[in-house]
Design a protein around this ligand. Structure first.
Ligand code: LR7
Ligand code: MN
Length: 616
């Protein structure tokens, strides 16, 4: 017997169809968020598996509706205030004063977790003025309209929230809104929960253009960048390290160059944010190179560039890039093979992408009118879960894929590389074939003719390379002396001199009866103060602090560095007491104790007589 469908049944059936349709669409939507199949086909199996696991926190919500506000300790009120409205070095120094053991603890903890001065970073707040470090010809330029938008990808593993959030505000404050499609923060499985939580909560609440995605497990910066890039929709990708601050009009010159040539990859000049004082310092114009150990290095520009009257405002061709800060078209990034997903945690990807760009038909340029500051750290504060040397492994992959017969120079330099398993590089070798890339010999001949082979008999130019590397961190300045005299401890009238002689590096400083300098002609107690606030004994070595970190630190004589930092000493006076303040350590020069043979150390700045010095 045929039964007619009841209306109830119809509604039920339609309901089921709608649910099925919605589930299907949701699944498609989710798939769209994960890496596109055409890219993932190229991923190695392991990497593909981990990249395809979706972010558990964004699951089911889609990227757009991601709005988890987690509850973590509130970011201090002070963060939201613009403390440094004008660029002001002495204000920065005063923010760094370590005035009690709590400050010291916070400072030490910051160094340990992030490897820079968190105490000052937190006090600066989210907005600050920066010195405009560009060549004057870059200023007051009216940019033509640019029809490109960008996705800025920033990966981090345990970044200090105040540094990352100030960076985001520096971008939002200094970039025309229409040029930013989105900022994608990739939390590479940070292990400091409070850190990720504060960043995410703040961003979700205050910064609608910023999206946070999290890798399902620690990927390392190379795979984390690819993960971020797969979430991007802008026409241009800009990659930045998570502790930068962008300067005035930083993005426009980069985009202009790319809009003229879609296969040019552009790098801003990377200014220096001092890890100890957070000072923003201009960098000299140098370019990227490498040595045969496959370490990136900064190099002097070739003569042709240095003699160019437009130097300072015109793009500079560079054989390699430092790696952390660059922009390129998103379609070009994908076409060129993204990154080598077989590379772990840190290192090597910068040379890999540099070789690939040049050898496979692109260009790599430094754009001097674009300036971005980066906190240069002495060490990396994070480990590698596997404990291995990832730079060595990654460099081996670079050598085997890109360097042809020249890889022998690397292997000779790093004999330990022979026992390292660098995995399967066949995907990258086929990429090189598919893109019909040129040989490494072509690259050396046409892009990097200044490079010298290790067994070459020509004089090695490594001296100039060495100097240029140093130049990045310390601009060569002539030392202008502003005054000289004896450095005296006031209440005892004792003079400061070296424990050894004026020539011995690392010697501790000690007190002695004052000589009559004019009679003896000796310079053992004669100090020269430079315009950059360095104190030089006999105009030879500089007063320095052995470590900006925890524990008791002593004053020592060290080779003078041009960028100062731990060799900077400023006179501060309080209630008639003049102290010698060391901004890098946030402490004051202290007599321990003030008697003949007593040493000089660094202590919390107080009004004690032990810290009362003068120059006469
Ligand atoms: O497992 C990790 N996951 C991450 O997301 C390890 C790191 N990271 C993040 C990290 O939080 C940071 O934002 O990756 C970024 C780079 O790591 P850093 O800041 O510890 O590296 P670095 O500045 O010492 O290293 C330089 O060389 C690297 C080689 O792999 C990368 O290319 C960095 O981007 C690069 N930095 C710069 O080029 C800035 C200028 C420094 C110079 C020279
Ligand atoms: Mn960095």
């Amino acid at each position: 017997m045929r039964r007619r469908l009841s209306p109830k049944c119809c509604v039920f059936g339609i309901g089921i169809l709608i649910i099925l349709w919605m589930t299907f669409n949701l699944a498609r939507w989710e798939w769209k968020l994960s890496p596109e199949p055409s890219h993932s086909q190229r991923l190695s199996l392991r990497a593909r598996k981990s990249l395809l696991v979706k972010n558990p926190r964004t699951q089911g919500q889609g990227l757009q509706s991601f709005s988890v506000v987690r509850h973590c300790e509130e970011l201090s009120e002070v963060f939201n205030k613009a403390l440094v409205k004008r660029y002001n070095q002495s204000l920065l120094y005063s923010l760094g004063v370590v005035s009690d053991p709590d400050d010291q603890r916070a400072r030490d903890e910051g160094y340990q977790k992030f490897a820079f001065n968190a105490l000052i970073s937190n006090k600066i707040g989210f907005h600050r003025a920066l010195p405009d470090t560009r060549d004057s010809r870059c200023r007051d330029v009216t940019f033509p309209s640019i029809h490109l938008d960008t996705s800025i990808v920033i990966c981090y593993h345990n970044e200090l929230p105040s540094a990352l959030l100030r960076m985001l505000h520096s971008i939002l404050d200094r970039t025309p809104e229409e040029l930013i499609r989105e900022i994608i923060l990739v939390d590479d499985s940070s292990t400091l929960d409070e850190v990720s939580c504060q960043i995410e909560a703040y961003v979700n609440q205050h910064l609608p253009k910023v999206k946070v995605v999290r890798t399902p497990e620690r990927q390392g910066l190379i795979r984390a960048r690819v993960y971020g890039a797969h979430h991007a929709k802008g026409e241009v990708l800009v990659f930045l390290d998570s502790h930068c601050e962008v300067n005035t009009d930083w993005l426009e010159p980069l985009l202009l160059r790319i809009s003229h040539d879609p296969t040019t990859v552009v790098v801003p000049v990377i200014d220096i944010i001092n890890q100890d004082t957070m000072e923003y310092q201009s960098s000299p114009l140098v370019r990227g190179g490498f040595n045969w150990g496959l370490h990136f290095r900064w190099e002097q520009l070739p003569d042709s560039d240095r003699k160019d009257p437009d130097l300072g405002s015109k793009p500079i061709q560079s054989p390699t890039m430092a790696g952390g800060l660059f922009a390129m078209r998103r379609d070009y990034f994908h076409r060129l093979g993204e990154y080598d997903l077989g590379m772990d945690i840190w290192g090597g990807e910068n040379l890999e992408i540099s070789f690939r760009i040049w050898m496979c038909g692109g260009r790599l340029e430094i754009i001097p009118c674009s300036r971005v500051g980066h906190i240069f750290r002495k060490r990396r504060p994070y480990g590698n879960p596997a404990g291995s040397d990832t730079l060595l492994k990654n460099s081996l992959r670079v050598a085997h894929v890109w360097m042809d017969e020249y890889k022998k120079y690397f292997l000779n330099q790093r004999p330990q590389a022979n026992n390292v398993d660098y995995g399967d590089v066949s995907d990258r070798v086929s990429l090189r074939k598919r893109l019909s890339c040129k040989s490494f010999q072509w690259y050396l001949k046409h892009i990097y003719p200044e490079q010298i082979l290790p067994n070459d008999t020509k004089p090695v130019k490594s001296d100039t390379h060495h100097q240029a590397t140093k130049a990045k961190f310390s601009m060569k300045k002539t030392r202008v002396i502003v005054r000289h005299g004896r450095l005296k401890h006031v209440s005892t009238n004792l003079c400061v001199q070296s424990e050894k002689d004026i020539y011995t590096k690392k010697a501790l400083l000690t007190f002695a009866e004052c000589d009559d300098v004019s009679l003896s002609g000796q310079k053992a107690q004669l100090w020269f103060e430079t315009v950059d606030n360095q104190l030089m004994l006999a105009q030879l070595l500089c007063l320095d602090v052995e470590s900006a970190m925890a524990g008791k630190s002593y004053a020592r004589l060290m080779k003078c560095q041009d960028s100062g930092s731990s060799q900077t000493w400023t006179w501060t006076s309080k209630n008639g007491f003049s102290h010698l303040y060391n901004p890098a350590s946030g402490k004051c020069l202290t007599a321990t104790p003030p008697r003949v043979g007593g040493y000089l150390s660094l202590g919390l700045c107080t009004e004690s007589e032990d810290q009362h010095f003068l120059m006469s």
